[in-house]
Design a binder for this molecule. Structure first.
Ligand SMILES: NC(=O)c1ccc[n+]([C@@H]2O[C@H](COP(=O)([O-])OP(=O)(O)OC[C@H]3O[C@@H](n4cnc5c(N)ncnc54)[C@H](OP(=O)(O)O)[C@@H]3O)[C@@H](O)[C@H]2O)c1
Length: 301
């Protein structure tokens, strides 16, 4: 028989989680600090709890999806709610840090509460679909018992390990990749606008370039795993050509007055990567002696 489930937090994500559970046939109780936001879920078949205590009492599994762990703490860590949770399972789907998840598990264990921590790698429109990705960590037997319910939230549920902090750690690692792409997109848009390239053209060409970038990222991960950092016979593109192309971008941005906050960070990393070797730029500045007049090749040793 399917377990009853309560969901605390009816923001954008919490509402999507509750709707996915209802669609999968779970008896679902919802609670939200601002009651009006929970009301639409009643029409979809959810029970509305008047308090956190009522929501906890209604189910053996309690999913939490609020803004941050401090908000979760404010909801759960009072005597009555903690006592009511004894013997139940909490699934923390609020975003947080690895150490935050480990701390929650310690608190839960001290109160006889089972605990899983999950990181949602999806926007609400992916929840309840095959493409919805959830990373989950915590004791494997607890995960196994909750797996069917988690699959109702997203077809791609991945168990990351027993350490409850692992899901958040991998989430942060993947978000680092995502923000690299998103901040890069903002720079691309600024360059296109400065050079009067319409953004539909950018969008179209990005679609054809994305697989190349995906291949480079996958190659970098493989090489790091193998400790193969130096250029070798399988290297497709070493640091130098990247740096040359990068300098063209920097020159363009300087000429058009585009903000260089992000590229200055990239440049510092390129400089460190190139420091022990030859540093002669096909560009207007010499990195070793920035004040020297540009004479390509003059500083080669
Ligand atoms: N949206 C996404 O695409 C996405 C993707 C992955 C992960 N997440 C994660 O999911 C969580 C929720 O995100 P969201 O997009 O649903 O945010 P949201 O729409 O802003 O909703 C935030 C929710 O947290 C509740 N809340 C905030 N502070 C609270 C407190 N002190 N006590 C009780 N409830 C409190 C809010 O209640 P009120 O309605 O009363 O303010 C609301 O239900 C976050 O941890 C976020 O990082 C979101």
């Amino acid at each position: 028989m399917q377990p009853a489930i309560s969901v605390l937090g009816m923001g954008r994500m919490g509402s999507a989680l509750a709707r996915a559970l209802l669609a999968a046939g779970y008896r679902t109780t919802v609670w939200n600090r601002t009651a009006e936001k929970a009301a639409p879920l009643a029409a979809a078949g959810a029970e509305i709890a008047a308090s956190v205590g009522d929501a906890v009492a209604a189910s053996d599994i309690v999913i939490i999806n609020v803004s941050d762990y401090a908000a979760t703490e404010g909801l759960l860590r009072n005597g009555a709610v903690a006592t009511a949770l004894h013997g139940k399972l909490i699934v923390e789907l609020t975003s947080g840090t690895p150490d935050g998840a480990r701390e929650v598990q310690g608190w839960a264990a001290r109160h006889g509460i089972r605990h899983l921590d999950g990181a949602i790698l999806a926007t609400p429109d992916f929840i309840g679909t095959e493409a919805g990705t959830l990373l989950v960590s915590g004791p494997d037997d607890v995960y196994e018992a909750a797996r069917d319910m988690l699959r109702a939230l997203g077809g791609n549920v991945q168990y990351i390990g027993a350490d409850p902090g692992l899901a958040n750690a991998l989430d942060s690692a993947l978000l680092a990749l995502m923000w690299g792409a998103l901040f890069g997109a903002l720079q691309s848009i600024a360059v296109c606008r400065a050079e009067a390239i319409d953004l539909e053209t950018l969008s179209k060409q990005w679609s054809s370039t994305a697989p190349v970038v995906g291949g480079l990222v996958a190659d970098l991960i493989r090489r790091s795993a193998a400790g193969r950092y130096a250029a070798d016979a399988e290297t497709l593109s070493s640091v130098s050509p990247h740096f040359g192309a990068f300098r063209h971008l920097v020159d363009l941005m300087e000429a058009r007055g585009i903000d260089r906050t992000i590229t200055d960070g990239y440049e510092a990393i390129f400089r460190r990567a190139k420091a022990p070797g030859v540093i002669c730029l096909p560009s207007r500045r010499c990195l070793r002696s920035p004040d020297r007049a540009r004479r390509p090749g003059s500083c080669r040793r």
